[in-house]
Design a protein around this ligand. Structure first.
Ligand code: COA
Length: 125
């Protein structure tokens, strides 16, 4: 089963984050990562994270590429998973599911979070 490692988006890895791509069809379902990072820059309640295979865990400079991006919001006791994307090259291998599980695990550990929600666009399959 795929497992992921989530890591803050920083000066070191933000370019990788901007280069991640979804398919043409999927572009309408998730905001571009540039927009998400801009939103996070002005809103301290937003937490943008790069998604890596779990092989990156424990390494200061991961030797494996960033494969996706997720961002959650903490607001009034609720943890919202606002954004989730896995690069088209790495889709269909269980990383999307593993990312949701890992974000929910983190939200459950947060003392201010009473429930978690996932935001989805109408029309998604
Ligand atoms: C949604 C997304 C994150 C899934 O990532 P992924 O790594 O391919 O997903 P997984 O491999 O973990 O698959 C998870 C489940 O979704 C299903 N799935 C994956 N891609 C699918 C597709 N294109 N159509 C239908 N089902 C799909 C898988 O079959 C799997 O279900 P199962 O475990 O019951 O078989 C990815 O397709 C993506 O980045 N999409 C574009 C952005 C988006 O729509 N984000 C969500 C809204 S913010």
């Amino acid at each position: 089963m795929a497992q992921v490692h989530l890591r803050k988006v920083t000066r070191e890895n933000f370019r990788e984050c901007l280069n991640l791509q979804v398919t043409e069809l999927q572009k309408g379902w998730v905001a571009a990562n540039t927009q998400s990072l801009a939103e996070a820059y002005v809103d301290p309640n937003l937490f943008p994270l790069g998604v890596y295979d779990a092989a990156a865990c424990g390494y200061e400079q991961p030797e494996v590429p960033m494969i996706g991006f997720t961002m959650y919001e903490l607001a009034a006791g609720v943890g919202f998973i606002m954004r989730l994307m896995i690069d088209e090259k790495y889709q269909g291998q269980g990383y999307g599911r593993a990312t949701v599980l890992e974000v929910v695990r983190r939200l459950k550990l947060h003392p201010d979070v009473e429930s978690s929600r996932l935001v989805v666009e109408k029309g998604m399959k």
